[in-house]
Design a protein around this ligand. Sequence first.
Ligand code: SAM
Length: 205
Amino acid sequence: MVEKQLEGRGVKDERVLEAMRKIPRHLFVSEELQERAYDDCALPIGEGQTISQPYMVACMTELLSLKGVEKVLEIGTGSGYQSAVLSSLSAEVHTVERIPSLASRAEQIFKDLNYVNVHVHVSDGTLGLPEQAPFDCIIVTAGAPNVPGPYIDQMNVGGRLVIPVGGRYAQTLYRIQKTSEGSERQESTACVFVPLIGKEGWSDS
Ligand code: SAM
């Protein structure tokens, strides 16, 4: 997976590659899907949601430029796999999921695998997580119609936000860096995520 799907497509951050070599991705999917866990695609995790394609996880994580000292907010816990990658590359991870059953399943996996710096919250992640702000990085793993205002407000100056923005069925990945004057936006790649549903996102229909 790492050599062909990640290095082969230009992912260079050695810390990201190493984390994804080590983390047992098959433990984040159901038993029936374990033999497909390292395939080059997203997979269903129940509740109409997905574990993201390995390349997309690597690409988004690389865009955060993590050094190991950051406090990170992830929106869309899903299977918990992206949170596990973040956990091994940063100091502290807060991950928000709107579907309680997915949040509790991921929380159990973090306990079993001893990922002690990941904290799971059940709420509408389009509002960020004001009680834990400010963050050094925010990563959104569902597609948003626009960039929710709370994300920029809840980041430190210099902080990085990685978010898919666009239509309900196809988006573009952006890296947005908060500056003292405002923010700088850089376009990355085309992507397809399930919708970010909530007050500052899509409606649930
Ligand atoms: N990061 C996940 C992983 O590694 O498996 C992939 C998550 S899946 C592509 C997107 C997740 O975002 C879903 O679990 C969905 O329920 C969640 N989601 C959508 N809107 C949300 C919101 N407003 N707040 C929190 N989670 C949300």
